[in-house]
Design a binder for this molecule. Structure first.
Ligand code: PLP
Length: 383
């Protein structure tokens, strides 16, 4: 296939210069196991980058959320509040522990958790005696939720926050690193995230004792004895030393990746500035987004093509685009659980899902490739 029709991916990996050296070092020193010097260094470097006390490296962002909920003590029958507008990995760990999720809508300023909906959910929980054990707040598409507002509400009820920053590593909230405001923050290094270890995750916190417990569980909960003795259920969730080597190299270029993704967004914004009917995901005043994915909604009264039609037109030219996340309260898996919309009887996340899409946003997207995306969309929209 000629380069003209080369596939353009939504968010492909983008390696830097140091990853192979770190991986080679892991081979040379035979640290191929889920133990070794890169893991500890990667944890320290991520904690330094985020400006937080400590970090534990695990096999995925999903595992990170699971262990955070476990250390908080979520048990069978406990309620856990969670953003509805997200990827399913934010809420599945609630089910792993037998918890009952309650989903909270987004607000228009950041597309993340609505403090108004959260407040109503807490008021009802208080009446019913079902105050949640934890609140999972998601920072979507590279942007932080309004954490001060959300934290004030959660603090009032003394409920800890798990900040799902899987998509927002490198973003800030009022100058602080995204993922450092909740009791626990989690990052993902999956292949489509802003930096990747192919598969991987991290839990960050100021609570070093809780992080020690998480590290213990992530390596099968081995009691400190010579023989294999276990008193608690553990998991095989530890990151490998090879992948941590990749992560160390990726972390060195994270700020470049943020700049590149923001520039991709800026080019889209400029290219479509003369066009009515497109609204970009807003960047709220309280933080700096990484623009991990360029996300937009279209006004169906102005633009005749639906998100599906635009995605199909792009796909015809070998370009990958996606709908926005289908909210959890609309998922068959979660349909029996309660949901609190931003405004009573008016769900914002439903509307975002119906009218939105995300465009190829890789930090290695070339201007030529981006022009292909832009030209194809303009042709489709103007037809
Ligand atoms: C990717 C992602 C996760 C899960 O991370 P994995 O490393 O893929 O397990 C969790 N939450 C959100 C919002 C994500 O986008």
């Amino acid at each position: 296939m000629g380069s003209k029709n080369e596939r353009i991916f939504l968010s492909p990996p983008h390696l830097g210069a140091a990853e192979q050296l770190y991986v080679a070092e892991a081979f040379d020193t035979n640290w191929i196991a889920p133990v070794g010097p890169h893991i500890t260094r990667f944890e320290e470097e991520v904690a330094d980058y985020a400006g937080i006390g400590g970090a534990v490296a695990v096999t995925s962002g999903t595992a990170a959320i699971h262990l955070a909920l476990r250390v908080i003590g979520v048990k069978r029958g406990d309620t856990v509040f969670c953003s509805s507008f997200t990827f399913v990995a934010s809420s599945n760990p609630i089910l792993y522990e037998g918890g009952t999720p309650v989903f909270i809508d987004s607000e228009p300023e950041s597309w993340n958790m609505s403090p108004a909906a959260l407040k109503r959910a807490f008021l009802q929980a208080e009446e019913q005696g079902t105050i949640p054990k934890a609140v999972v707040v998601v920072n979507l598409y590279g942007q932080s939720a309004d954490m001060d507002e959300i934290k004030a509400i959660c603090d009032q009820y003394q409920v800890p926050i798990v900040e799902d920053a899987a998509e927002s590593l490198g973003a800030t909230y009022k100058g602080k690193a995204s993922g450092t405001i909740g009791k626990f923050g989690i990052y993902s290094f999956n292949g489509n995230k802003i930096i990747t270890t192919s598969n991987g995750g991290m839990i960050v916190s100021e609570d070093l004792a809780a992080l020690d417990k998480i590290r213990f569980w992530s390596t099968q909960a081995k009691d400190g004895s010579e023989h294999y003795q276990h008193s608690e259920v553990g998991y095989n969730y530890r990151m490998s030393n090879i992948l941590a080597g990749i992560g160390r190299g990726q972390l060195m270029v994270l700020d470049d990746r943020v700049d590149a993704r923001r520039n991709v967004f800026k080019r889209y914004e400029e290219a479509f500035s003369g066009l009515n009917g497109i609204e970009w995901m807003p960047e709220s005043l309280f933080g700096r987004s990484t623009r991990w994915l360029t996300a937009l909604t279209i006004d169906p009264t102005i633009i005749k093509s639906s998100p599906e039609q635009l995605i199909a037109a792009l796909n015809n030219e070998n370009i990958e685009a996606r709908r926005l996340w289908k909210p959890m309260h609309l998922q068959p898996l979660y349909q029996q659980y309660e949901y609190f919309p931003h405004i009573e009887n008016e769900s914002l996340s439903d509307k975002l899902f119906e009218t939105g899409l995300c465009l190829p946003s890789g930090s290695n997207l070339t201007p030529h490739q981006q022009n292909r995306v832009i030209d194809c969309l303009l042709r489709e929209i103007r037809n």
